[in-house]
Write a protein that binds this ligand. Structure first.
Ligand SMILES: Nc1ncnc2c1ncn2[C@@H]1O[C@H](COP(=O)(O)OP(=O)(O)O)[C@@H](O)[C@H]1O
Ligand SMILES: [Mg+2]
Length: 222
């Protein structure tokens, strides 16, 4: 009897709902695909069963997956506005990472509705902070129906400048409901070069970039 109960509990545990996280911003070029793919690689290295959803018709995450030799990441394109319903069909996963398209459309809203958490990558400029207002409006609408934790992630800071401090100051009080992640990502060629080879920066010979992504993973999931 005890055995059956244990097996049932294990079975339930193995198919428990995955955490769903969207890397989203209605602005393009802020690093959504780079961050989504790097998190997927890091999750795979931690032995997590994760699924990378490419919700952008540009398909950068799918191209990343196709360039990757190792078979440790599953990636699928879902560019339909029923994404929040369709993801319910997947079971046995620890983590679903959605790389959203850089547009305010039904697919983007559906991705946010599907998510437990939203990461908003943001470049360190006032124009980019203003652009984030659009995402926050969409987030607020979604929050009427669902609890979604949201974070800003500063990306492409220039090393050896005071930009990080200034950007932190500017963005930290931008919206009381969106936290600023302590981890920041700097502008490093490793992000560009590794992506083209289907690799994460944790697999690339740049210890600083690698530490940034490890720190991001730790801050979000551990
Ligand atoms: N931290 C970074 N350092 C250097 N280049 C970066 C970094 N993050 C992103 N990039 C580069 O910026 C460009 C846009 O990134 P991408 O992930 O495609 O953005 P998005 O998916 O938001 O459009 C790409 O050329 C990518 O290699
Ligand atoms: Mg992209």
């Amino acid at each position: 009897m005890l055995d059956i109960v244990t097996k049932l509990v294990n079975k339930l545990h193995s198919t428990k709902d995955a955490m769903i996280i969207t890397i989203g911003n209605t602005k393009g070029g802020v690093g959504k695909s780079t961050i989504a793919c790097n998190l997927a690689v890091t999750a795979a290295c931690h032995g997590k069963k994760s699924l990378l959803i490419d919700a952008d018709v540009q398909g950068s995450s799918l191209t990343f997956r196709a360039s990757r030799e190792r078979d440790d990441i599953q990636a699928l394109a879902v560019t339909t506005p029923t994404l929040h319903k369709d993801l319910n069909r997947f079971s046995g996963l620890d983590l679903i990472i959605i790389d959203s398209g850089g547009r305010d459309n039904a697919v983007f809203r559906s991705a946010i509705m599907a998510s437990d958490a939203l990461i908003i990558p943001c470049l360190p400029s006032q124009v980019d902070f203003w652009a984030a207002s659009d995402v926050i409006e969409i987030l607020k609408e979604a929050r009427v129906y669902k609890d979604i934790t949201a974070y800003f992630l500063l990306n492409q800071l220039i090393p050896h400048t005071n930009l990080a401090k200034d950007a932190r100051e500017a963005i930290k009080d931008f919206d009381p409901e969106v936290k600023l992640l302590a981890t920041v990502l700097h502008n490093r060629v490793a992000y560009k070069n590794s992506f083209g080879q289907g690799q994460g920066v944790i697999e690339w010979p740049d210890a600083k970039a690698s530490d940034e992504i490890k720190s991001l993973y730790q801050e979000l999931f551990i």
